[in-house]
Write a protein that binds this ligand. Structure first.
Ligand code: HPA
Ligand code: ZN
Length: 339
């Protein structure tokens, strides 16, 4: 490991932008497909991996939704989630906030309870066996209509003790946050914390809508907010966290090369920016890979890297005492690095 990679690996951190379906590694996809007698539209692990060449978000989503079809039983959701949590703990992730896409599965006849049961059992086991805390956030698919989202919200109501937030993902262009204004209002009234993907491929205006119409607590991605100086001022002033995903941005051509990633600019502007892996099975790296790739390409210093880890804890949905505990661990890791 390089010096930088060792330093990053030593920092306790939180992951705040992670789609559980995006952690489905090809090997596990084939194992689960076989036991559920489902045909994947790829003949081998190698052929599937070779399909991971995307020039935009939609090309990725087509493969991502095709692979998610293998997930049927609660055990499938358990295996998927557990594999991610073990991998994340290896990267010194101490807290993970995990998205899932209910409509991708309910549309195929999978019961809402099946997903929640499998995912939550793995989250509970990670708490007990790995000391890793977590939160679960459901995402509405923004290419579907408002009625679908309302149905999904209703299905989530009995699980409010386990699902703490609502988000918005899938194809962004042409699907503005305002399309889901009423659903988010209902969700907020029911106590769900609102977040939303915005400004990944969509314009700065969608980031503004997510803030003003959906009243989100965090913006997922948010890159395009940099096109609007007034919006930057507001994000800085309110310290609205941006959950940025460098390798995702590179793979989906949101940036041309890592050296032109805006993360350093975001930090220097005073934005509360965090680093996350988004869909690590598809984008070529888990969270530490994201930290190292962006830090190397932009020449970030150790103080920047520590700032990113600190932001991840502060921007999480943990309560104050748990945040303080993790910040304490982070400070100890910085002042007393392992020999
Ligand atoms: N963007 C939008 N929708 C998604 C993503 C993403 O990066 N990953 C999974 N669903
Ligand atoms: Zn995402």
């Amino acid at each position: 490991m390089t010096d930088l990679a060792t330093f990053v690996a030593g920092l306790p951190k939180a992951e705040l932008h992670l789609h559980i379906e995006g952690t489905l590694e090809p090997e596990l996809a084939f194992t689960i497909a076989e036991r559920n007698a489902i045909d994947l539209p790829y003949s081998s692990v190698d052929e599937l991996r070779a399909a991971y060449r995307f020039s935009n978000l939609q090309q990725f989503l087509d493969v991502y939704y095709a692979c998610a079809r293998v997930l049927v039983e609660s055990r499938d959701f358990y295996d998927l989630t557990w594999a991610y949590l073990v991998r994340a703990r290896d990267d010194n992730v101490r807290h993970a906030e995990i998205f899932f896409d209910p409509e991708t599965h309910t549309a195929r006849g999978v019961a809402f309870e099946t997903m929640v049961e499998g995912i939550c059992q793995a989250l509970d086991d990670a708490h007990d066996k790995l000391g890793l805390t977590s939160r679960l956030i459901l995402c509405f698919l923004r290419h579907l209509d408002e009625a679908n989202a309302f149905e999904t919200l209703e299905a989530a109501m009995p699980h409010r003790d386990r699902i703490v937030g609502v988000g918005l993902d899938s194809g962004e262009r042409g699907n503005p946050p305002s399309k889901f204004a009423r659903v988010f209002k209902r969700a907020r009234e029911a106590g769900f914390v609102p977040v939303a993907h915005a400004g990944e491929e969509g314009p700065a205006e969608y980031v503004r809508e997510a803030l003003e119409v959906l009243k989100v607590r965090r913006i997922d991605h948010g890159n395009r907010a940099l096109d609007d100086p007034g919006l930057i001022d507001e994000l800085v002033h309110r310290q609205i966290p941006l959950t940025v995903c460098p390798l995702s941005n590179l793979k989906l051509c949101v940036v041309d090369e890592m050296a032109s990633h805006p993360l350093k600019r975001m930090l220097d502007l005073g934005l509360c920016v965090t680093v996350n892996s988004d869909d690590p099975a598809y984008f070529g790296g888990y969270i530490n890979d994201n930290y190292v790739a962006v830090a190397e390409a932009l020449g970030l210093g150790k103080d920047d890297v520590v700032r990113l880890a600190r932001n991840s804890i502060e921007a999480s949905l943990l309560d104050v005492a748990d945040k303080e505990r993790l910040i304490g661990l982070l400070e100890r890791a910085v002042s007393e690095p392992p020999p």
